[in-house]
Design a protein around this ligand. Structure first.
Ligand code: LLP
Length: 418
């Protein structure tokens, strides 16, 4: 179910050759397959079909409005973490009644914005945030639907930067303290506690940590119901791992078959907040080889994409498969570092990576770049952000144009007299 395939040694995205698109738009660029995106959404949705559920797509993984529109058309909801993401989700056409708002630093303005739009619920991360939501809701004469994000203290066995459900983590309310917070919430006139939430981390490759967390969450939901709270939503978060290189990832069905039985008798709609599982393998980053550079100890393939375009290797030592867009016959494999032009030693897309020997001008594809790729990109080194292209069958659409130098200075000003 991947629409990035080699046909006679030529990488295609659906019905188009990647090299033809590169000729038109130049490199680097992100390239998404509409079919892969939509199929991934459908498979995840189908996996949880035994339960009343909503798939709230995690907007931070890929927030392009065209991607959001495609998912909205499929009936997806959204997990947002800022006023900006809420704006994007609504612009993409996602139904506000399927939008959940997480994040531990929501501002008063963001809370007011979300209440005004009538979102499904807030995933609340602290007692002070609960108080603020209550005040804003009272002022607006509404009741804010809330879930508490609990921290179940579970080791997700993933990169420490993307583990979020451990005791030491800044996220969530300790499970022990949750009951008392819910009781406070129940009494406050501006709050309506209707859900429970956890998100234990990202790129988790086993179902065990989820099972542990879900068991704790279900127990909490049941206890809250006994206290008379109308807990209608159990949000199990996102974080399902996917295959980047040689890791073994579970399928959505495998995760679901481990979790569905644990959720069957909780009597609530289940929310699943996946991002990467839907977008990760729906996109690649296409880049050109600028130089083949032989250092004293290492060989470097210098490409025109850099850490500002895809920061995952630099930030998390993440591994992405990289391969030539057009394969050549009889070429030997060499060990290289694939590096970008940025003035930082941490600017690499792969290290000690064995790939076909490439030449100046060759196109390379960095795979599994659809999640946390463009959405984490920046203008560091005053590099313009790259275009995003969406392929649907035989057609390619520019869903975000390449930035210009003028874009770089937009909003900046030189004060008079300096
Ligand atoms: N729900 C919440 C509350 C989250 O914080 C996240 C991700 C998700 C859902 C979706 O997680 P996913 O299914 O996409 O793994 N930049 C990192 C990942 C950071 C994830 C942050 N939170 C990366 O590139 O691996």
């Amino acid at each position: 179910m991947n629409d990035f395939v080699y046909r006679n040694g030529v990488l295609c995205c659906e019905e188009l050759r990647v090299s033809d698109i590169a000729k038109k738009v130049g490199t680097p660029f992100y390239l998404y397959s509409r079919n892969t995106l939509v199929n991934h959404y459908r498979v995840v949705d189908q996996a949880f079909s035994a339960l009343e559920h909503i798939i709230c797509f995690s907007v931070k993984s890929n927030s392009n409005v065209a991607i959001l529109r495609l998912l909205a058309n499929e009936g997806a909801g959204a997990d947002v973490v800022s006023g900006g993401e809420l704006f994007r989700a609504l612009k993409g056409g996602i139904d506000p009644r399927k939008i959940v708002f997480a994040g531990l630093g929501k501002t008063e303005i963001e809370i007011e914005h979300a209440l005004g739009e009538g979102i499904l619920l807030f995933n609340v991360e602290s007692s002070q945030e609960l108080m603020l939501i209550n005040r804003v809701a009272e002022r607006m004469g509404v009741e804010a639907p809330v879930a508490l994000r609990v921290n179940p203290d579970i080791n997700p066995k993933t990169h420490p930067y993307v583990a979020t459900g451990l005791k030491q983590s800044k996220f969530g309310i300790p499970l022990k303290a949750a009951m008392a917070e819910y009781e406070v919430a129940q009494k406050l006139p501006g709050l309506n506690p209707i859900g429970v939430h956890m998100h234990i981390g990202s790129q988790i490759l086993e179902s065990g940590p989820f099972e542990n967390g879900v068991n704790k969450l279900v127990k909490l939901a049941k206890s809250l119901k006994v206290l008379g709270m109308d807990i209608r939503y159990v949000n199990i978060g996102g974080g399902f791992g996917i295959q980047y290189t040689d890791e073994e990832a579970l399928t959505p069905d495998q995760y679901a078959s481990a979790l569905v039985p644990l959720l069957e008798d909780v009597g609530a709609t289940i929310i699943v907040e996946v991002g990467r599982m839907i977008t990760g393998n729906s996109g690649i980053l296409v880049t050109t080889v600028l130089y083949d550079k032989h250092g004293e100890e290492k060989r470097f393939v210098v490409v025109d994409a850099a850490m500002n375009d895809l920061i995952r290797p630099s930030l998390y030592q993440a591994k992405h498969h990289i391969a030539p867009v057009n394969q050549r016959e009889g070429v030997r494999d060499v060990k290289v570092d694939v590096v970008g032009p940025i003035c930082e030693s941490s600017d690499f897309l792969a290290r000690d990576f064995t790939m076909q020997e490439v030449k100046q001008g060759d196109l390379l594809a960095v795979f599994t770049a659809g999640a946390y790729g463009f959405s984490m990109s920046s203008n560091y080194n005053s590099r313009t952000r790259v275009p995003e292209i969406l392929v649907w069958g035989r057609k390619a659409f520019v869903i975000r144009r390449r930035e210009t130098y003028e874009d770089l200075v937009r909003g900046e000003a030189i004060p008079d007299g300096i």
